[in-house]
Structures are given as C-alpha cells and as structure tokens.
Design a protein around this ligand. Sequence first.
Ligand code: ADP
Ligand code: G6P
Length: 457
Amino acid sequence: MPGSSSFLIVANRLPVDRVGEDMWRRSPGGLVTAIAPVLQRREGAWIGWHGAPDERLDPFEHDGMHLIPVPLSAQEVELYYEGFSNATLWPLYHDVVATPVYSRALWDAYRLVNERFAHAAAEAAAPDAVVWVQDYQLQLVPAMLRKLRPDVRIGFFLHIPFPPGELFQQLPWRRELLEGLLGADLVGFQRPGGASNFIRLCRKTLGLQYQKHEIYVEDRVVRAEAFPISVDFGELDVLVREPHIVARAQEIRRDLGNPEHVLLGVDRLDYTKGIGQRLKAFGELLADGSIKPGEAAFVQIATPSRERVEEYIRLRDSIELQVGRINGEQGELGQQPVQYLHQSYGRDELAALYLAADVMVVTPLRDGMNLVAKEYISCRHDLRGALVLSEFAGAAEELKQAFMVNPYDIDGLKRTMLSAMRATPHDLSRRMRSLRRRVATYDVDRWAQDFLAALES
Ligand code: ADP
Ligand code: G6P
C-alpha cells in the first residue's frame, strides 16, 4: 500500500544522530548541511539511518522535518557503511587517494541494505511522489525502488565526485552500480565532468546509446547532468552579523594572542581533505622564517569521522603527530602556532571562526564540492578574508577568484598561503565581492529548485 509522503529524501543518514535517550546531535558532513534547509522549506519526509546500531525507532518530528529511521545492525554498520561505502566506494571515487578494499562480503551487505532503503521509500511514498535519493551509499536504490513503485519520479544526486572510467572499471560490481543509478529519471552530479564520465561508462560498460545528457534505457530516457550544490547563503549572511557572533570572533582572535594573521581549516578528519599538506606548508613557512614567531596562528578544526575505518585511524595518528612536531619545534612557552581541535562545533561557533579567520585554507586532494569554502564566503560581508582553494575541489569550477592551489605542490602551497596573507585590502575585496556574487546567486535553494524542476519536467 502506498504511503502519504509526496516528497521524500532518502539518504544514508538522517540529519540528526541519536546520542542518548531523546538526545539528538546534528549529523556530520555537507549532505546534511545542504539537504536539511531544502526539506525544511517543503512538505515531505526524510528516510535515513539515525547513527546508532541495533536499534529500531518509530518515525518522529525534528526541527520541522518528518524523519523515518531505517535500522542498521552492528554488522551492517561494519560491512555496508564502514566497509563498502567508506572503504570501497569513498576512496575509489576520490581518485584512489587511499587503496579501495574489494570484498564480496561488503558488496553483499551493501546490496541488502540498499534493498531495505528501497522498501522503506516504497512504503512511505504517496502515489506519483517525487523521491530524491542521495549519495554513494545508496546507488542501487533507484532501480530497486522503480521495480517496487513504477509510479514515482526518482531523482538521484551524487555528492562526491564520479570517477573517470579508468578508475571506475576496477570495481567488480561496476555493471550493477550503473544499472542501479539508471533506475532514476535524473542522475545529478557536482560537475559536468562527473556526468560525462557516467554517460561514457554507460555506453562502454552497458552498450547504451545516448545523446548529450540523455541515455536511452529500454523504453525510458535517463538524464545525467551537473547541479553544483551550495549553501544557505542568506542564513549565514544574517547570522554572522549578529552582535554575539561578532563579539565571539573578536574573542577568538584575542585568545589566539591577536596575531597578525589567523589561518583556518575546517574539515571532517578525512584523508581526502589535504590537512597534512596544508600543515606541512605552514610548518615549513615557520621553519624557514617566512612567518615570524607569533605573526600567524593556524586553527585546524577536524570533526571526528568514520573513526573505526583503518585509513581514518592512521590519518588521525599522522595528523596529531604532525601538529605535535610543529608546535614542539616552532612554539614557545604559552604560544603554539597550530591549534588543533578534534571536535564538532555548532553553527554559531563556526560562523565566528569564519569571521575571525584572515585566510581560509581549503586544500582537498579531491572533493565533490566543499561547502566549507562556500560557507566562508557567505560569512564575509566585510569583504575581507582570503580563500585559498584547491583546484581539485568541485567548488574550484565556480570560485575562480579564490587563491588557487595544487595541494600536492608544497612550495606552491607555501607561496599561495603567503600571498593570501599579504594581499592588499583592495585585492581581497575585489575577489570576495565576486565570490559572494556567485554563492549568493547559486545558493542551496537555487540548486534544489534547478534539480527538482529538471526532475519534474
Ligand atoms: P564533507 O561533506 O566532505 O564533510 P563539506 O565541506 O562539503 O565536506 O561539508 C562539511 C560540512 O560540515 C560543512 O557544512 C561544515 O560547516 C560542517 N563541519 C565541518 N567541520 C565541522 C565541525 N568541526 N563542527 C561542525 N560542523 C562542521
Ligand atoms: C560526505 C558525504 C555524505 C556523508 C558525510 C559525512 O558529505 O558525501 O554522504 O554523510 O560526508 O560522512 P558520514 O560517513 O559521517 O555520514
């Protein structure tokens, strides 16, 4: 029997994690940042896992959203979430910056859990509903759902990069994943390159015909196109002007010893983010005397992420060792050049940090979009502040006025960080004005509207 939701979001995670009896915490990552305001402004429901294993929960309301939890056993968390999603697909789709694990047991769990999400969506969707499936954890759901509910319109959006054929072809289950995605009416990517990688793979692997953005699948047409995701510019722009945020930003600078330059990194602690590269560059700038002691402070906020996956355990050790070394060698009593915080913060504190930072350092080795870069821009109505941005972030395609870097090139990174620190106010405001124009126009509402209009057309 069909359900009652005419608009459904289906994502691995709900926007909140259960952390105790009736206690909820905002889930980490860019997907939740982008999708939560979209659902809050529409009637609908969100199907996803609530972040705790071996627990069945009833649907509930939270922050103006109707949430439908999908249970995962502890073993499924290990095999489907930590395993196939984050030890196979995540590294494979991010240019194999870590080595992907290929294991049939992980694949079996992925298929099984995708089935469960498809059934949950089929039960919740009203006749002719719009169902919007999100991200790499659920790539089989579109085809599974189409079988169960041929009446609904299905959109899929991939928040991470879609890799070139040479890498994707490594995957033993490449056909199944492509067929899974082709169950959607519209498959959205962050960049045009992702869409064309997908279209070419459909031709090569499945022998399908296509024209421009349209792929012909039996009697259906599937569209594959880029829709670069964004942030809630207006909300941040208002928030950051509030007196308590302005006061907090000043306090942060004072607590850091009022250095001339505050540099900031804000990321999930993930090996795709290039945190080691930016710290190396900063450490060398101190060591070679390009930055004088006390002249600059680097604040690195690194949200705990996927803490049981091996590569993440290794990354944490290596970053913490690196921070210790820089502070040990370059610091002084009562004054440490790198402030490293392995914690999550609320929106207010992040906004204050963005406002306090002269240089925002965003250096991923590969990133679908990178919303942190767009959040920083949204917070700088004062037209001050410099964005150092990796050319390997999806955001680089839109944010051309940033200080662009190749994060693998440590000398280049050092030079660019110095140029950002020494840029004139005139140069900074010229760049920031243009960056803000872009993010204000293409905000998250515009992204959702564009995607849903294409899906419904
Ligand atoms: P990803 O989705 O890979 O984590 P993005 O940069 O696209 O990367 O999105 C990250 C989101 O998580 C942003 O909205 C950012 O504000 C938020 N975030 C990052 N670090 C923290 C933190 N320490 N505390 C709270 N939120 C964070
Ligand atoms: C990225 C992914 C999301 C994911 C988020 C946080 O943004 O694209 O799908 O939810 O990271 O990762 P996590 O594994 O904690 O859900």
